[in-house]
Design a protein. Structure first.
Length: 157
């Protein structure tokens, strides 16, 4: 993975994701809580983007859970699921190639037991082409318990 340069958040994200520096979780969540969350309208819950690689601890999930604690909102870590496609998006270059590789790999696990519809904040670590986020949001739009969808990516490629 190419190392992010230029921003404190980019460096913190790199340290968390690739160096397993779990001390970065709090500052990254606080950065979203301070700089992004106040600009959103009535977010009801937080959802982390599903990870591409299986890890014992998922960095994005850890940041989302800490963000939820800071802002006092529930986090549904298993609401959005991504099936393994067998293809690495890192090796693809165009958005069209990435969309084709993603296919229908995202699904919703109906883990919200309350009746109602809420605005959601989807948290991801890296925004590249937007293909994964587009696919995830398309699935969330069909879920009747989701109103508006907001997205916060910690850094971009």
């Amino acid at each position: 993975m190419r190392r992010s340069t230029g921003t404190e958040v980019g460096e913190a994200t790199y340290q968390l994701k690739y160096q397993k520096d779990w001390s970065q979780v709090g500052p990254l969540a606080q950065a979203v809580a301070t700089n992004v969350f106040p600009k959103l309208t009535q977010v009801g819950f937080v959802v982390p983007m599903p990870a591409s690689n299986v890890r014992a601890r998922q960095p994005v999930t850890e940041v989302a859970v800490e963000l939820g604690r800071i802002i006092g909102k529930p986090v549904f870590s298993d609401l959005l699921r991504k099936a393994a496609t067998g293809k690495s998006l890192k090796d693809l270059h165009s958005k069209a190639e990435k969309i084709a590789a993603i296919g229908g790999s995202f699904s919703v696990n109906d883990e919200i037991t309350n009746v109602g519809c809420w605005n959601v904040l989807v948290v991801d670590d890296l925004f590249d082409s937007g293909a994964s986020m587009d696919a995830a949001c398309a699935v969330l739009r069909k879920y009747p318990k989701v109103g508006k969808i907001y997205v916060a990516a910690l850094t971009w490629k």
